[in-house]
Each structure stands twice: as structure tokens, then as C-alpha cells.
Design a protein around this ligand. Structure first.
Ligand code: NAD
Ligand code: IPM
Ligand code: MN
Length: 351
């Protein structure tokens, strides 16, 4: 029996709704497989934990999470209780940093039965590779002076190693897809880091002669995602550009509630972490209408990561058959609850 040890962090808001629902589906998948078992360790880390303990996770939290094969996370953030920069840097970003999850892979595609707001989303099927450890999300900088003279400085940090690593990952992915990589740049306006980004991109491309490349400024690229989504396949982007582009990609799919992501550790020293693109959605929490597809598609990426691609495809196909039959939550124009959608998925995952 193959066992996958998952550290489960539902986190805040709708994370506590979509994560338990997804575990039911993972257990069903394991049952269908026959030779697979998930072992869960549950962690109640999040904003309520912070209010009780003064920290977003226990002192030995990273060590305990590190004993898992992968981390399965819902969402972090409840600004009504804890300021976002404290909750995110104390949990989500802490895990990304300390577990060296330097690559964030975020697919987006036209999804069966889910209407895109665009008139022409045909053939939209992209994979954004987001550099996940540095760039605009550096902790270098600070605030100085006071009152009207106060200034805040945020230093972007781009290392050749992490930049090249993200780009190599994108080129490798492109080999098994349509053979095209787009680089999100801004070398016309960001003086130091983006010309450097472009140089590393050219250098990386030189090692992959058969892959076609385009370099597009992030502002034009965001617009072109909307006007010509069919043009894109693999896109490599810095941390902040990738963050924004993947919300645009999610919107093109029809809702941020369906977009998944995998935060990958490449050196084998720590577990990878799987979490949807969306946040804790405070505006719909407790209403039972959270779309479970983002968390479930994330579970599919987790299955793939652990070598269970067949089960991963079965899960994705089942979800698409359910949405195609009109079992949709309100964010994608439906009138069904999360439980109804999950129930449909479970009932179609039978032996
Ligand atoms: P959000 O993704 O939580 O919500 C944006 C909008 O999308 C809201 O209208 C919400 O109702 C809707 N939405 C999101 N997920 C949905 C789902 N599964 N089903 C249906 N509708 C869904 O983004 P936000 O409002 O900017 O952030 C809320 C909180 O979440 C903040 O504290 C933020 O920092 C945090 N956040 C966390 C993560 C993460 O943990 N990975 C990601 C993004 C935001
Ligand atoms: C995401 C989120 C996070 C990010 C926030 C909550 C720190 O927006 O995962 O897309 O910016 O990476
Ligand atoms: Mn985001």
C-alpha cells in the first residue's frame, strides 16, 4: 500500500470549507485506486490560532510540517482579526520561503461547462511558471522618516540562480506542450532587474533551440491575455507579475474559485505545498457557496506530483463532467452549493 502523508492546513475563511470537502474526494480517489492511502495530520494554523497564541503557527510548526510528504493548504488571511502582512508572512509566505518552494506552477484553461467572460476563450490553455521566492516579494527595504516625510522602500531581489531555475522549469514544461515560452518582462521601465531578467531569459533560451520564445511587457501581456488568450502556452514571470497574471488567467477561466497552484520544492529537502490561487473569500464565508474546484484541481496537481497521474486525470475529467452538466456554484453563474457540487463529484467517482 502506497501512503502519502499530508500536512493539512485549512487556514482561514473558505479554506475551512473547501479543504475538508477535498479530503473526502481524495479519500474516494484512494479507495478507487485500491493501493493508495492518504494519512492526514491536521494543523489549525491561521488567524484564530494567532489570536490564541500570538503566532500564526507553533514554534515547532515548520519541523512538524516538514515531516509530511506534501502540505495541502486552503487559504490564509482574515484582516478583521490579523493584519494581512502579519498573517501571510507568518504562515503562507513563511512556508514558501523556508521550504524553498521556489517555483509556483499555475495552470489555467477553458473548463468544461464554465463560461468565460471573454467572447473568444477558445484554446485558452496556459501554464504560468511563477518565480516564487524573491523578486518583488523580498524582505529587503524598510520605512524611514515620519509624518509627511515618511518613505517606504521595497528592494526587488533577482538572483541569477532562482531566475534561471524558473525559466528552465518553464522551458522543460514547454517541451511536453506546444513548444512556446512567453517571458513577462518590463525592461522598458524597470531599470535594473528587468534588463537582467531579459538577459537570463535569452541565455536560457539559447540552451533550448527548439522552443519558440516571445518576450512581452507585463502591461501589454495582461491586456493580450484578455484579447488573445489563445496565443499563450507556457508563461514565465517574476513573483508579482506571476501573481497578477494568474488572477487574470483565473478570470478568463470564469472564476478565481477554480484556479489551482503547486508550490514546488526542487531540491528534495522539504515537502512541496499545494494551495488554490484564491484567498479566504471573507465575503462568502459560511454561506456554503464556495467553489470547491480550485482546491480540488489543486488536489489533482498533488496526485500528479506523487506519480498518480491516472488518478489526477480521473479527478479532473470527473470535475469537468460535473460542471458541464450544470452543477455550478454562484461565482460561475450556477445556483448550487459547494456540498451539492462535491456530492456530484463523489457520486461519479464510484467503482
Ligand atoms: P479572495 O480570492 O479571497 O477573494 C476575491 C473574490 O473572489 C471574492 O469576491 C471571493 O468571494 C471570490 N472567491 C475567491 N475564492 C472563491 C471560491 N472558491 N468560490 C467562490 N468565490 C471565490 O481574495 P481577496 O479578497 O483579495 O483576499 C481575501 C483574503 O485572502 C485576504 O486576507 C488575502 O490576503 C488572502 N489571500 C490569501 C491567499 C492564499 O492564502 N493563498 C490568496 C489570495 C488572498
Ligand atoms: C497568491 C496570493 C499570495 C501571493 C498573497 C496572499 C501573499 O495572492 O498566492 O496568489 O501574493 O502570492
Ligand atoms: Mn494572488
Amino acid at each position: 500500500m502506497k501512503k502519502i502523508k499530508l500536512a493539512v492546513i485549512p487556514g482561514d475563511g473558505i479554506g475551512r470549507e473547501v479543504v475538508p470537502a477535498s479530503l473526502k474526494v481524495l479519500d474516494r480517489i484512494a479507495g478507487l485506486h485500491g493501493g493508495l492511502k492518504f494519512e492526514y495530520e491536521h494543523f489549525d494554523y491561521g488567524c484564530d490560532y494567532y489570536l490564541k497564541h500570538g503566532d500564526m503557527m507553533a514554534e515547532d510548526g515548520m519541523e512538524r510540517l516538514g515531516q509530511s510528504d506534501s502540505v495541502f493548504l486552503g487559504a490564509v488571511g482574515d484582516a478583521s482579526k490579523v493584519p494581512d502582512h502579519i498573517s501571510l508572512w507568518g504562515l503562507l509566505l513563511k512556508i514558501r520561503r523556508e521550504f524553498q518552494l521556489e517555483i509556483n506552477v499555475r495552470p489555467a484553461k477553458v473548463f468544461g461547462g464554465i463560461k468565460s467572460p471573454l467572447a473568444n476563450p477558445e484554446d485558452f490553455d496556459i501554464m504560468v511558471v511563477r518565480e516564487n521566492s524573491e523578486g518583488e516579494y523580498s524582505s529587503v527595504g524598510g520605512r524611514m522618516f515620519q509624518g509627511d516625510d515618511e518613505i517606504a522602500i521595497q528592494n526587488n531581489v533577482f538572483s541569477k540562480r532562482a531566475t534561471k531555475q524558473a525559466m528552465e522549469h518553464a522551458f522543460e514544461l514547454a517541451k511536453s506542450r506546444s513548444g512556446h515560452v512567453t517571458s513577462a518582462t518590463k525592461s522598458n521601465g524597470i531599470f535594473h532587474s528587468m534588463p537582467f531578467w531579459d538577459e537570463v531569459f535569452r541565455e536560457t533560451a539559447a540552451g533550448h533551440q527548439r522552443i519558440e520564445t516571445t518576450s512581452t511587457h507585463i502591461d501589454a501581456l495582461a491586456a493580450s491575455f484578455v484579447t488573445h488568450p489563445e496565443r499563450y502556452d507556457v508563461v514565465v514571470a517574476s513573483n508579482l507579475f506571476g501573481d497578477i497574471l494568474t488572477d487574470v488567467g483565473a478570470a478568463i477561466m470564469g472564476s478565481i474559485g477554480i484556479a489551482p497552484s503547486a508550490n514546488l520544492n526542487l531540491n528534495g529537502k522539504h515537502p512541496s505545498m499545494f494551495e488554490p490561487v484564491h484567498g479566504s473569500a471573507p465575503d462568502i464565508v459560511g454561506k456554503g457557496i464556495a467553489n470547491p474546484i480550485g482546491q480540488l484541481w489543486t488536489a489533482k496537481m498533488l496526485l500528479d506530483h506523487h506519480g498518480e497521474e491516472e488518478m489526477g486525470s480521473l479527478l479532473l475529467d470527473t470535475m469537468e463532467s460535473v460542471t458541464a452538466d450544470g452543477f455550478l456554484t454562484p461565482d460561475v453563474g450556477g445556483c448550487h452549493t459547494m456540498d451539492e457540487v462535491v456530492q456530484q463529484i463523489l457520486s461519479r467517482l464510484q467503482k
